[in-house]
Design a protein around this ligand. Structure first.
Ligand code: ZN
Length: 237
């Protein structure tokens, strides 16, 4: 049996509608000829993220003609098992807390691992040789499945398990949130920065009632704090 050779100019982007995955999507649109997106429905506390995905996709298509031609299908896959397991602040109505080991209970064990398995399945079926994802270990909440070592080990297993040359690109891995805004500016100018700031969604509480200079959110949860800090850093430079 010969390893299946997937197209290396085609990619699937893990796209949640958040700041990081929106910038990762723009990075992929700048780089690959054909891009598809995958999202996951696991009855997350706030389906508002899934609405943000549609909006970000559509404004990118409306505002960047070259990207419009490259951006193909979107698939939302059920990952409901994560909700069935429960007991995290992302899947249940419980307060966000930090455990003794320093890990917040917004961590959903196995989530990114599952997402990569499903993305690799889509990549294999649809001849998309590269998975692009917005994981970042520069300024993050300490989620172990965002770390480069965990991702590299899993990609090795996936390549063997589907016997295909599917690979992973994580353009935000080593840059912080301020630098990722600078990357967005490089990719699509101030127009892209403004669009992502306006339409992407990060807030864990699913709040879009208040507009801050860094986007919409509750202004208090760890995701809002991180986003506010990154924006301030970007603007200060
Ligand atoms: Zn928030």
């Amino acid at each position: 049996m010969k390893m299946r050779k997937l197209s290396k100019n085609k990619a699937v982007v893990l796209f949640s509608g958040g700041q990081d995955s929106s910038i990762a999507l723009a990075w992929a649109l700048d780089r690959f000829e054909h891009i598809e997106t995958i999202g996951f429905d696991y009855s997350q506390r706030h389906a508002i993220e899934l609405g943000a995905r549609k909006k970000v996709r559509s404004v990118l298509k409306e505002n960047f003609a070259e990207w419009d031609a490259r951006l193909g299908d979107d698939l939302v896959v059920s990952a409901g098992g994560l909700h069935d397991l429960g007991a995290t602040a992302m899947t249940d109505h419980i307060a966000i807390e930090v455990a003794e080991d320093g890990l917040p209970n917004t961590f959903v064990p196995g989530r990114n691992l599952l997402f990569l398995v499903l993305a690799a399945g889509m990549a294999y079926r649809r001849d998309l040789g590269v998975i692009v994802a917005g994981m970042c270990e520069a300024d993050y909440s300490g989620y172990p499945d965002c770390r480069e070592g965990a991702l590299a080990a899993q990609m090795k297993a996936l390549q063997l398990g589907v016997d295909a040359n599917v690979s992973l690109e994580t353009p935000l891995m080593h840059i912080d949130k301020a630098e990722s805004w600078r990357l967005a500016e490089k990719l699509g100018g101030e127009k892209l920065v403004t669009l992502i700031n306006e339409h992407s969604h990060s807030c864990y509480q699913g709040v879009r009632a208040t507009r801050y200079d860094w986007g919409y959110g509750c202004g208090e949860c760890p995701a809002c704090e991180l986003r506010a800090k990154g924006w301030a850093g970007y603007k200060a430079a």
